[in-house]
Design a binder for this molecule. Structure first.
Ligand SMILES: [Zn+2]
Length: 107
């Protein structure tokens, strides 16, 4: 993912609207690119900070952002793994089904 695309996706990331593939590409870039990380931090502070202005509780947004990145990455990885398992399961079922169908023909 390039910087331009990452910066276009910052809002979607904050709103949790990226799919797992996009999330991973996004996070991978954020980890390597200080500019985009900075951009994300600022956006996150602005968006979340504005929502919380009325809250009296002290908030540590920088840490919240780190947590968000981490949770997002874990979820994306989990979803990716699940879909891979689903894929192999489907192939497995197809093979079994194919086997039974061919049995019918040989009987
Ligand atoms: Zn970048």
């Amino acid at each position: 993912m390039e910087c331009k695309e990452v910066q276009k996706n910052i809002h979607s990331f904050i709103d949790d609207q990226l799919d797992s593939k996009e999330s991973l590409a996004f996070i991978e870039h954020i980890k390597k690119c200080p500019n985009c990380k900075e951009e994300l931090s600022i956006e996150f502070l602005v968006v979340t900070g504005l929502q919380r202005l009325d809250d009296a509780e002290a908030f540590d947004l920088q840490r919240e952002l780190e947590d968000k990145i981490k949770t997002n990455e874990e979820n994306a990885l989990r979803r990716k793994k699940m879909s891979r398992i689903g894929f192999w399961l489907l192939i497995f079922i197809a093979v079994i089904a194919g086997y039974y169908v061919s049995m019918l023909f040989y009987m």
